[in-house]
Design a protein around this ligand. Sequence first.
Ligand SMILES: Cc1cc2nc3c(=O)[nH]c(=O)nc-3n(C[C@H](O)[C@H](O)[C@H](O)COP(=O)(O)OP(=O)(O)OC[C@H]3O[C@@H](n4cnc5c(N)ncnc54)[C@H](O)[C@@H]3O)c2cc1C
Length: 383
Amino acid sequence: MNKEAQIAVVGAGPAGSTAAETAAKRGAEVVLIERKSEIGTPVQCGGFLPEAHELQALIPRARLPQTLQEMPERCILRRTRLQRIISPSGKAKEFSVDGRVLDRRAFDRFLAHRAARAGARILPATRASLVEGSLWLSGRFPGSIRPNVIIGADGPSSTVSRAMGNRVGEQGICLEYEMVDVDIDPDAAEMYFSARYAPGGYAWIIPLGQDIANVGVGVRRPYLGGQRLPDLLDSFVKEHPVASNKLGHGEILAVMRGLVPAGGSPQEVQLGNMLLAGDAAGHVMATSGGGIPLAVVAGRIAGEIAAGQVQGELMLHEYKLRIAKEFGTELNRSVQIRKIVDMAMHSDRLMDALLAALSPDQVKSVMRAQIPAALAQFASSRN
Ligand SMILES: Cc1cc2nc3c(=O)[nH]c(=O)nc-3n(C[C@H](O)[C@H](O)[C@H](O)COP(=O)(O)OP(=O)(O)OC[C@H]3O[C@@H](n4cnc5c(N)ncnc54)[C@H](O)[C@@H]3O)c2cc1C
């Protein structure tokens, strides 16, 4: 089977499908390689995506692809209007954020359908590995290809990133349950900070319906000690003074695991004929672990640059500059904020004090990767 292509995209998540659609629409021959048998399954995500106007405030210089603005209703399980932050001692700060909770399976398939309709060739159930500049494919569509451009959109454990010589950066490790028969606030996405239940990260409740939610915990290894992630999540569900009242009687329908980059971009996001986009490039807001918006924006930029390169109009090294221009400031600041908040992560007393010092509006601006004076003061008092 001839799989020749000018551009090969590894990974059909939000970054890869968007890159493939963008490049194919510009007339390039594109192949999109995905190791999963069914694109979008299994889901490894909470599914929370702010509405387009919130995204515009979060990353004001980014050109948001249409797919972040409008999508079929079947991709949206729930709309939320609040974000609530719960301190270790159980005090809540809430502020308005219009959000969508995605059916990630439907959303990823929607994006892959668009890539296919734009002319990209899709190879599901096929794993790609890089050997001396060629992509070796195993699984349903085996063989090898040597494309002009390789876009690594292959998630947090990216093969393409490793081939570029990048080291694995800081990561959050996450475990999530889909739970039913829970007594949640269906209008609010909640984040719980606690050194006991979510060391070095946070726990979350994201409503999928009136009594259904994604409930998860994301932590970082250096904070874990000898604790196991399943024990932490079970304690959160059964024992957390606030969350257990909502979740304690619920039933678990699904268990999901995954990694989230937490340290920004690696050394190289472009090297030779390779580009990285989305989680593979550390394009995740370190303040929230949210990576869907940046993955789609970076996928669009990667697709444009790759198509421009094969058509002789653009150079691949422009990719890094375009990323920096559209969301580099916010991405870097989110990592900076995470490092400040880390100073309080090991102590519930400090985290309580930090959250008490911030008004709800200031917490909202922190989530938008802005640094209010109270946070800067906290940082300088700890230095
Ligand atoms: C538990 C959890 C909850 C999360 N919740 C949220 C949330 O609520 N909101 C939010 O915005 N973000 C959330 N995230 C982060 C979000 O899921 C990612 O940032 C987003 O999926 C990144 O998209 P991507 O296309 O870069 O990578 P991915 O969605 O990871 O897609 C990469 C694809 O590459 C494929 N692949 C990998 N290696 C190969 C290979 N060698 N060959 C072929 N295919 C390969 C994988 O199978 C995968 O389909 C969460 C993450 C986790 C783990």
